[in-house]
Ligand binder design. Sequence first.
Ligand code: SF4
Length: 210
Amino acid sequence: MNKEKRTEIFQRWQTANPEPKTELAYNSTFELLIAVLLSAQATDVSVNKATQHLFPVANTPAAMLALGVEGVKQYIKTIGLFNSKAENVIKTCRILVEQYGGEVPADREALEALPGVGRKTANVVLNTAFRQPVMAVDTHIFRVANRTGIAPGKNVREVEDRLMRLIPKPFLLDAHHWLILHGRYTCIARKPRCGSCLIEDLCEYKQKTA
Ligand code: SF4
């Protein structure tokens, strides 16, 4: 895909949705970190249903620690992998309290060292909370980048690096959200909705649906 097409795609997404947001509910960087940690292999809707009860009782690392693993489990047991996620939440909160004064560090290495926090989660927090122009490639972004031809790659890291290099700079900060929303609602996995796609004439996918 050439630069002009790529620019036009992001211009259209920006016009349609000038301030794209994550669909995870949160009121602080700490809440965002916990919500993203809980969202691995789970939908944002299921995470929001759990955190709407969890965050009012524990919206700081210290409060979460006081709840303990079993306490956290009671709030998140409707989410997949809740046992290991509850343990990671508590281990992460302990590190935040003991090493970062209860704050979430704005640093990739420090974030990735937290239990349950991988590169993708760190990128979401860096981008959404700290407004750094980084790219968290999830299953939706991986699919959209490959199908459209915006930034094809064999694995998530390759796609991440290409997106970082190829997305025009003015769009980089919000590109993560536009790509996810496009993959979640239009360029869906099984049968993409090409007939109602905003970028159908620019997309280079060879098997578009009617
Ligand atoms: S035209 Fe179809 S395949 Fe291409 S981005 Fe749109 S929905 Fe996805």
